[in-house]
Design a protein around this ligand. Structure first.
Ligand code: 13P
Ligand code: SF4
Length: 299
């Protein structure tokens, strides 16, 4: 199957881009594996006009919005992000009406229709920096309430979570006692967690960061063992980058949506050249503005 995927990819001029949470065998056939923003930026640099994207829908939409002239296909259009889906256009509009003049900061894990209504987009890697750089003391922030709380802690600003209590990633709701357990089992272990984790877990960790930041953390840390508080695919990614180090899961954490992509589906997608991500031009134009604002603020 792998041979046929590689052959078809070459023959048909496709580049395969995979998120860090994809199955190990999917990561192995991909040309590039990274976090959501790294993937969208990488897609802009490749000469291929055809992209087979392996992740979930909001990431594929981001790639298409930043590369409207490329053809983006996904093996399973049903692979989505339940947290992103907690936020709807109606909810965004309601909060904007209730808090006029308060900037709406939207996490990249969101639907493109919501992005079109945001003032600025952020990722888990740059959310703190983006909110710091905004000229107001209060911001609206969605859809992840845990990331919103983390940003408030780090910036000292008032961060209003939108939609509120229901905005969280089910995969990252670890128990704080797991941190104690890995520390006991692996003395000297460094614990890294994603900011989508609850505060009680973040507070006990040695490092809080996006998957892209987690990839860099072991470089500066002499420790041999790392506990990984994010989706299990990241263990494969880290083990490849640092073969001399040991990565253990903080808890078993599987994003079922990320894991909907299989080698069989990749092969089928390449054979059939579908399913293509199609977005209306005006939606792309509207969504691009807050994305470009993020790049401007980052400088
Ligand atoms: P990253 O942007 O850190 O890759 O995370 C995406 C995601 O879905 C986290 O659960
Ligand atoms: Fe969404 Fe959580 Fe899966 Fe990331 S891990 S895609 S935030 S459900």
């Amino acid at each position: 199957m792998i041979d046929e995927i590689l052959k078809l990819k070459k023959e048909k001029g496709f580049v395969l881009l995979a998120h860090n949470y994809q199955l190990p065998e999917i990561q192995e056939v991909a040309d590039f594996v990274g976090d959501s923003l790294q993937l969208a930026l990488f897609a802009s640099k490749v000469p291929e006009r055809n992209i087979l994207f392996l992740g979930v829908d909001f990431m594929a939409e981001l790639i298409k919005a930043l590369n409207p002239d490329k053809r983006v296909i996904v093996p399973d259009p049903g692979a989505t992000c339940p947290m992103a889906n907690t936020l709807t256009v109606e909810i965004v509009e309601k909060f904007k009406e209730e808090f006029p003049g308060v900037p709406f900061v939207l996490y990249v894990n969101s639907r493109i229709e919501c992005k079109a209504l945001a003032d600025v987009i952020c990722t888990s890697a740059n959310a703190v920096e983006i909110v710091k750089k905004l000229p107001t003391d209060t911001v609206l922030f969605g859809p992840d309430k845990n990331l919103a709380e983390y940003v408030a802690e780090r910036t000292g600003k008032k961060v209003i979570p939108v939609p509120g209590e229901e905005g969280f990633c089910p995969v990252h709701q670890f128990d704080p006692s797991s941190v104690d357990r890995v520390r006991e089992a692996f003395p000297g272990v460094k614990v890294m967690v994603h900011p989508e984790c609850p505060k009680a877990v973040r507070d006990k960790a040695d490092f809080v960061g996006s998957t892209g930041q987690m990839e860099k953390y072991p470089t500066k840390e002499p420790s041999k063992v790392f506990a990984v508080g994010t989706e299990s695919g990241m263990i494969h990614k880290l083990s490849k980058v640092y073969p001399e180090k040991v990565f253990v899961p903080l808890e078993e954490a599987v994003c079922e949506n990320m894991k909907r992509n299989t080698l069989e589906k990749v092969l089928h997608a390449l054979r059939e050249e579908r399913t293509e991500i199609v977005l209306p031009k005006d939606l792309i134009e509207k969504a691009k503005k807050p994305i470009l604002r993020m790049f401007e603020l980052l400088g």
